[in-house]
Write a protein that binds this ligand. Structure first.
Ligand SMILES: C[S@@+](CC[C@H](N)C(=O)[O-])C[C@H]1O[C@@H](n2cnc3c(N)ncnc32)[C@H](O)[C@@H]1O
Length: 726
């Protein structure tokens, strides 16, 4: 750290890395070094290399500073079930997992979990890659439309689902916390993405407004009463921000509160949300829905304005020219192309939107972000709890349908002759805005009746966690789903092959305290060809035990922690257990392994990492070599001996260094990737130096200062941070 402080580049003082004042426990750091400086200066280059390595391993995450704010306002606890609705590429998901793991002892898993969802498959893959570094059994990654995220029903027949807190009337999985970081026009990133200056136009925000409302509403319907949801965008456009928040507050009619969080994170400089704004459509400023012409009416919605009020044009009154240019409102206000904003009478919202937060770049040298914290006070009005079907819209209100249809047909006299259907669709939208939807789920949305599921089916059904269906009649369809044949998604199956599970338990001497039952997952419906076995936490297991609604498949892209991998034996020898322990899973199962485990001196451990394979006779500690030669053929675990493990070998914690090896006929082979070996060697040299009591040499970065084994964050450039794995 001191060497970084002293560094000068290009003749000028370079500010050393510093903690972000608003991030709790100094866990986020900022640095002003440019990429050029990091490359040119030798000390900084080493620092850069260190950052890259630790980022790859998952000890540090580089991230936009303000992008880390929304999870902080979620007030997440380790036992929380958290839903990250639009999660890719996953920086906030990683942060949420870190918080959940914060006070969890090594070798045990937190009680909570994170469900991270994103619609975009490729971005989902980035998210999976990003969160893989966390090595967590408490994560489900899904690939669904957030606004139609499947609901699920509690299994009333005593499955684990019943242990979860489920609102009885709604009977679906509910979350303690929801992060709703919606897709937005992204103008808040203009500083770091100058390209945005050319691409941006106000239509981008207008086009996203409805989707943002739908996603936020779905988030609130999946939130527990008493739970918190954070709505955020990296846009400063009120149409995507305050207008969305105002509309959801109106729709929720008192069941949701916009929380005043002015006393939380006091060092974060923020500005209050706005209560008045105008809406831009192409080159027109619109102050109220009154100003909206009939041609604009289908993309400029009442909810975009501060009052949220809809003004339907009076019949037979032509409010604008045929070409739709200059709209004249009922008040006679005529916005023109060069209308100045002062000419228009502004609406002011009567909602406490000043409780929203606007973070602007020039306040604390960051990107821009909008954040609103919402709390669910009571169940939402029934109408909002389920996604609605437009075709059922007027089932209970044919009169209204007739009235609106007449009006639309009249209003749309200029439309193509066959556009009546389009018009009906538009009425549906208008009615949705006016909360006139009659919510009647059609058959495909009906919940399966658990009493229709036989015992055997029930087992099978529980085994299938990816898109269950059972109406009693639809067994054929369900069988197909059980085999995981639906498009593009691997099935998620509980792994129950007793012979394999027992061979693993016996071989590694896994003690009884380690819960296997129902925690193992495979993604291959052919039992004989299971290559990987994943481990899931109790929380994830419980979610999988729920019955997701018929027709609403939960598309699971990734789940749990890769714990065991099938290993064909080397040297043609047979081994009693065909599954090796994967590096990712090792920290979780390590405290429970009693066979095939040895403790090596730091010197021998270092040699293993350096040379990757060592003959038994070549170990410095001959006794260790002897013990290694007596291990069973196959996978084994080598732990680095330190003062703690010397006294009690079962005392492993976050600082314990262990690797998977292969015990062959004459040597031990390391089964760790090259990058992991490199990181472990770095860590080892720091540890060995510390043990020797010697101070760290000059010009060498003290990685402990940077909290190598967790917990530091450093900003690489103006807008990039490094977040450590807690
Ligand atoms: C602002 S980004 C999310 C950033 C993310 N929370 C993070 O911190 O890394 C918005 C994400 O929403 C996704 N998205 C867009 N439409 C969606 C939808 N209908 N349902 C779910 N995700 C959607 C996009 O693919 C994009 O990854």
């Amino acid at each position: 750290m001191n060497s970084l402080k002293a560094e000068t580049t290009d003749g000028g003082e370079v500010e050393a890395i510093r903690p972000l004042p608003w991030y709790p426990d100094n866990l986020a750091w900022h640095s002003n070094f440019s990429r050029m400086q990091l490359r040119k200066n030798q000390t900084l280059e080493r620092f850069h290399e260190f950052l890259k390595l630790e980022n790859e391993i998952g000890n540090i995450t580089r991230q936009e500073a303000v992008s880390m704010v929304p999870p902080l306002f979620l007030d997440v606890r380790p036992d929380h079930f958290v839903f990250d609705m639009c999660a890719a590429p996953g920086s906030k998901t990683f942060q949420l997992l870190e918080i959940i793991y914060q006070s969890t002892k090594s070798g045990s898993l937190p009680d909570g979990m994170v469900m991270a969802n994103d619609l975009d498959v490729q971005r989902c893959n980035l998210l999976i890659h990003q969160t893989k570094r966390m090595c967590t059994a408490n994560l489900i990654v899904t690939n669904n439309e957030a606004q139609h995220f499947p609901g699920c029903r509690a299994d009333k027949n005593g499955s684990k689902a019943s242990e979860m807190e489920i609102e009885p009337q709604i009977s679906q999985l509910l979350f303690d916390r929801v992060l709703c970081d919606v897709p937005c026009s992204g103008d808040g990133t203009l500083r770091k993405a100058p390209d945005m200056w050319r691409k941006w136009n106000p239509g981008m925000g207008n086009g996203l407004h409805s989707l943002q409302i739908q996603i936020a509403m779905r988030g609130l319907s999946l939130l527990k009463v008493g739970g918190r949801m954070v709505y955020s965008t990296c846009s400063m456009n009120p149409v995507e921000d305050e207008a969305v928040v105002a509309e959801i507050l109106r729709k929720c009619g008192g069941s949701v509160e916009l929380v005043d969080v002015s006393s939380e994170l006091p060092q974060l400089v923020r500005r209050p949300g706005v209560r008045k704004w105008k809406v831009r459509d192409k080159d027109l400023w619109l102050a109220s829905h009154k100003d909206v012409s009939k041609f604009q009416r289908y993309h400029i919605l009442p909810s975009m304005f501060p009052s949220g009020k809809s003004y339907v044009a009076p019949a037979n009154k032509d409010l604008e020219h045929e070409n739709g240019e200059n709209a004249i409102s009922e008040d006679g206000i005529q916005p023109t192309e060069d209308a100045s904003t002062e000419d228009l009478i502004e609406e002011v919202s009567d909602l406490p939107l000043e409780r929203c937060m606007r973070i602007v770049p020039h306040d604390q040298n960051s990107g821009a972000f909008f954040i609103a914290v919402l709390q669910k006070l009571s169940p939402l009005p029934a109408i909002q709890e389920k996604p609605c079907k437009k075709r059922n819209l007027f089932k209970k209100n044919p009169e209204l349908q007739g009235k609106l249809l007449d009006q639309v047909t009249e209003d749309n006299s200029g439309l193509e002759p066959d556009s009546r259907d389009v018009a009906v669709e538009k009425i549906s939208e208008a009615a949705t805005e006016a909360d006139l939807i009659v919510d009647e789920p059609d058959e495909a949305d009906m919940e399966p009746d658990p009493s229709n599921i036989s015992n055997q089916d029930s087992e099978e059904t529980k085994a299938l966690v990816n898109g269950e269906t059972d109406s009693g009649k639809a067994v054929g369809k369900r069988k197909l789903q059980l085999q995981g044949k639906w498009k593009g998604v691997d099935p998620v199956l509980f792994f129950k092959d007793e012979s394999i599970i027992n061979s693993i338990k016996m071989f590694y001497g896994i003690d009884e305290s380690f819960p296997f039952d129902g925690h193992l997952i495979s993604r291959n419906s052919d039992k004989n060809h299971v290559k990987r076995i994943y481990y899931v936490s109790k929380s994830v297991k419980d979610v999988l035990g729920l019955n997701f609604r018929v027709g609403q498949q939960l598309k699971i892209a990734s789940i749990g922690l890769k714990m065991f991998e099938r290993q064909t034996s080397r040297e043609g020898t047979s081994t009693p257990c065909s599954f090796r322990i994967s590096s990712e899973g090792l920290p979780v199962i390590l405290p429970h392994i009693t066979n095939q485990i040895l403790y090596a001196s730091s010197v021998d451990f270092k040699h293993l990492l350096q040379y990757k394979a060592i003959k038994f006779a070549d170990f410095v500690d001959a006794e260790f070599g002897e013990k290694a030669s007596k291990l069973m053929m196959g996978c084994c675990v080598i732990v680095m001996r330190d003062s703690k493990t010397m006294l009690d070998p079962t005392k492993v914690d976050a600082s314990t260094i262990a690797i998977g090896c292969w015990k062959g006929r004459s040597n031990l082979n390391v089964m760790v990737t090259a990058i992991d070996c490199q990181e472990l060697l770095e860590r080892l040299s720091v540890r060995m130096e510390a043990e020797k009591g010697s101070s760290v040499q000059e010009n060498k970065i003290n990685v402990d200062d940077l909290q190598l084994n967790g917990a530091s964050k450093v900003e690489e450039s103006e807008t990039t941070q490094l977040v450590a794995d807690a």
